[in-house]
Design a protein around this ligand. Structure first.
Ligand SMILES: Cc1cc2nc3c(=O)[nH]c(=O)nc-3n(C[C@H](O)[C@H](O)[C@H](O)COP(=O)(O)OP(=O)(O)OC[C@H]3O[C@@H](n4cnc5c(N)ncnc54)[C@H](O)[C@@H]3O)c2cc1C
Length: 270
C-alpha cells in the first residue's frame, strides 16, 4: 500500500459522542484493506481543506473502521460537517501502536479527555480476545458527564471482566459517580506489576505513571504512553512531530515511559 496516496472511505454511520465529538464509521472503497493494531492512527483528508492525524478508535478484531473526531479547527470541522455517504481520504495506518506481543497479560488502561479515543481500540481488542489477557482495568476521566465518550460501552466492558472506573472533574445532580482525578480510581484495581497504556494530557500521564510505579509495582518500561504531537506528514519526513531524535509519527505515537523520560531529560525538559 502506498503510504503517500489516500484511500477513499465512505462515511456509513455517525454517532454523537458528546456536544463536540462524533464517532464516525467508515467503509473503505475499492479493493483495499487496512490492517492495523490498537494505538495506530490514520491521516484523514477532506477535499479542499487538508489532512490531519486521527487515532483509529475501532479494534482490528471488528470489521468497521471507526474514528472519534473532536471539533478543533478547519479540518476536524470539515470531517464533522460531512454526512453519511460522503467520502474522506485515509492514509495509513501510521505509527507503531501498542506492542501487544511485548506487553504483559495484566493491563491497566488510563485515559484522560479526548485521548481516550485511541484507548478504546485496545479495550475492545481485549474484550474480543479476552482469553489472551489476564486482569484488565480501565480508568477514564473527562471534564464533565457530558464530555464522557463511549458511555454505552462501559457495561459491555464490565461483562467481559474488565474493571471499569469513570470519573469527572465537575459533577452535577445527574452524575452519581466519582468526582476527582483519574488516579483516584486506581486504588481499587487489583493489578500489580502489569503493563499500562496511557493517553491524555501530560499532567495526567505523569500522575498516573508515578502512582503506578510507586504504589502498584509497575516498571517504567512497562508503561506505554500515546503522545499526540503536532504532525503533518505522518511518515517521518516533515519533522513537525520530533521528540528529541524521534519522529512521533513513526517511532511513536506510543513510547514507553522510561524512553520518554530519558528523551525529555536529554532535552532539559524534566
Ligand atoms: C497521533 C494523533 C492522534 C490523534 N487522534 C485524534 C483523534 O482520535 N480524534 C481527534 O479529534 N483528534 C485527534 N488528534 C488531534 C487532531 O489531529 C487535531 O485536533 C487536528 O489536527 C486539528 O486540526 P484542525 O485543522 O481541525 O484544527 P487546527 O486549526 O489546525 O487546530 C485547532 C487547535 O488544535 C490544536 N492542535 C492541532 N493539532 C494538534 C495536536 N496534534 N495535538 C494537540 N493539539 C492540536 C491547534 O494548536 C489549535 O489550537 C490526534 C493527533 C495526533 C498527533
Amino acid at each position: 500500500m502506498n503510504q503517500y496516496i489516500p484511500m477513499q472511505a465512505e462515511i456509513v454511520d455517525i454517532d454523537v459522542e458528546s456536544s463536540n465529538t462524533y464517532l464516525i464509521s467508515l467503509q473503505l472503497l475499492g479493493d483495499v484493506d487496512l490492517s492495523y493494531t490498537p494505538g495506530q492512527f490514520v491521516m484523514v483528508s477532506v477535499m479542499g481543506l487538508g489532512e490531519c492525524p486521527i487515532s483509529i478508535t475501532s479494534t482490528p478484531t471488528r470489521h468497521t473502521l471507526q474514528l472519534c473526531i473532536r471539533r478543533a479547527g478547519r479540518i476536524t470541522n470539515g470531517i464533522m460537517d460531512s454526512r453519511i455517504g460522503d467520502v474522506l481520504g485515509i492514509r495509513g495506518p501510521c505509527g507503531n501502536g501498542f506492542p501487544l506481543k511485548e506487553m504483559k497479560k495484566d493491563i491497566l488502561i488510563a485515559g484522560g479527555g479526548s485521548g481516550f479515543a485511541t484507548l478504546r481500540s485496545l479495550i475492545n481488542y481485549i474484550v474480543d480476545r479476552r482469553s489472551e489477557f489476564g486482569k484488565a482495568a480501565v480508568a477514564y476521566g473527562a471534564r464533565t458527564r457530558q464530555d464522557l465518550y463511549f458511555m454505552q460501552e462501559y457495561k459491555g466492558w464490565q461483562r467481559a471482566g474488565i474493571d471499569v472506573g469513570i470519573t469527572v472533574d465537575i459533577g452535577d445532580e445527574r452524575w452519581k459517580g466519582n468526582v476527582g482525578l483519574v488516579t483516584s480510581l486506581m486504588d481499587k484495581f487489583e493489578i500489580y506489576g502489569g503493563s499500562a497504556a496511557i493517553c491524555g494530557p501530560p499532567v495526567m500521564i505523569n500522575a498516573v505513571a508515578a502512582k503506578l510505579m510507586k504504589e502498584k509495582g509497575f516498571d517504567h518500561s512497562d508503561i506505554y504512553v500515546s503522545m499526540e504531537r503536532h504532525m503533518k506528514c505522518g511518515v517521518g519526513k516533515c519533522e513537525h512531530c520530533m521528540i528529541g531524535p524521534f519522529h512521533a509519527c513513526q517511532d511513536g505515537p506510543v513510547f514507553t515511559y522510561d524512553k520518554l523520560t530519558r528523551i525529555f531529560r536529554s532535552l532539559g525538559e524534566v
